[in-house]
Design a protein around this ligand. Sequence first.
Ligand code: DQA
Length: 169
Amino acid sequence: MAPPDGAFRNAPFVMINVHILNGPNLNLLGRREPQIYGSTTLADVEKLVREKAEALGVAITFRQSNHEGHLVDWIQEAGAQGAGIVINAGAYTHTSIALRDAISGSGAPTVEIHLSNVHAREGFRHRSLIAPVSVGVICGFGPMSYLLGLEAVHRVMVERARVAKPSQH
Ligand code: DQA
């Protein structure tokens, strides 16, 4: 049976959806340069992020790829779904105009994150091509960067939805 006219007009909320995207070499987390990136694996990070998402009431998609084009496709997909993005683009952060264009073209609110403090490392890591098209950047907190990134994009999306919502009075 069709819902009565206007049944969902005053629905209390729309589920916020966030895509957590991981770039090259992050599949090796836990084994890769543990003195820099720690011993937590990407599967451990995903578990922590899923717990945080559940506490916030956010739906998430968690993905990793070593291929730039996959990341471009996923950014476009997030934009088309009206989802937010938390992205650790790995080394593509410092090189990829394609990721930058995908983020700005998608319109998805995006938070750039890094496990390590990229500003305390080699000079080539100090420049990010995606930071100018992101809402903000979080780096240096290890796996906690993912949780802070999720919380940040969630808050931004809640605030944008509140501002966009027409007055009920
Ligand atoms: C990284 C930092 C990047 O410079 C590096 O290329 C990575 C990981 C981080 O999470 O600290 O692959 O994004």
